[in-house]
Design a protein around this ligand. Structure first.
Ligand SMILES: CC(C)(COP(=O)(O)OP(=O)(O)OC[C@H]1O[C@@H](n2cnc3c(N)ncnc32)[C@H](O)[C@@H]1OP(=O)(O)O)[C@@H](O)C(=O)NCCC(=O)NCCS
Length: 168
């Protein structure tokens, strides 16, 4: 996608290889170790689906990102965290991360909104977006247009995950 000025003070832009060290650091800052994707896992995702990474830059630094891969499953599965189906109809969002200094300023909401618009326009073969979330973030995703479909089959870390889905 093209870079976009968001109207506040950030720029939405594609993630490039040179950003990946920062992306790995943000992932580790944002998730407990048992939930975080490893740098190798993030690099694998980037290598097969760099078009499904979107960053948010302030003063020349990436402070937030969202990323996903494609799948043919109806819901986000454990397997879909490790595999990318190049023509899959489903987008699985694996991470939406904002570094702690920049939270509660609407950045995640902006990233998610632009990401969904970009997917709709650029990749019309994607018809479903899936993600998993802990209970306290379900209202955030519902406000963004997702529907909660109950407990996920994914077990990772200490707390339950819930399926959130948007049909495009
Ligand atoms: C969750 C996260 C992405 C939110 O980023 P953010 O930029 O602070 O989110 P926004 O400012 O767009 O939040 C919009 C609304 O979502 C809700 N929200 C945001 N963070 C929340 C939280 N931790 N708990 C409950 N509700 C939350 C609030 O209603 C908020 O509105 P408010 O600030 O007016 O109260 C960020 O806290 C983060 O990176 N957390 C660690 C990683 C993570 O859990 N990612 C999501 C799962 S993939």
């Amino acid at each position: 996608m093209e870079s976009i000025q968001d109207g506040i003070n950030g720029i939405l832009r594609p993630i490039i290889q040179a950003d990946m060290e920062t992306i790995c650091q943000i992932e580790l800052e944002c998730f407990p170790i048992e939930e975080a994707a490893t740098p190798a896992q993030l690099m694998d995702r980037f290598n097969v689906a760099s078009d499904l990474f979107l960053g948010y830059e302030i003063n020349g630094k990436i402070v937030a990102f969202i990323c996903g891969t494609r799948s043919n499953d109806n819901l986000l599965t454990f397997q879909s965290m490790y595999e990318h189906a190049a023509n899959g109809k489903t987008l699985c969002i694996h991470a939406l991360c904002v570094t702690s200094n920049f939270r509660r300023q609407g950045i995640a909401s902006i990233l998610l909104k632009h990401y969904i618009e970009y997917i709709k326009q650029a990749i019309p073969s994607i018809s479903v977006i899936n993600l998993i979330a802990h209970d306290y973030l379900i209202p955030f995703y519902e406000k963004a247009g997702f529907q909660c479909l109950g407990l996920s089959s994914v077990v990772q870390g200490k707390f339950s995950w819930y399926n959130c889905q948007m049909i495009l």
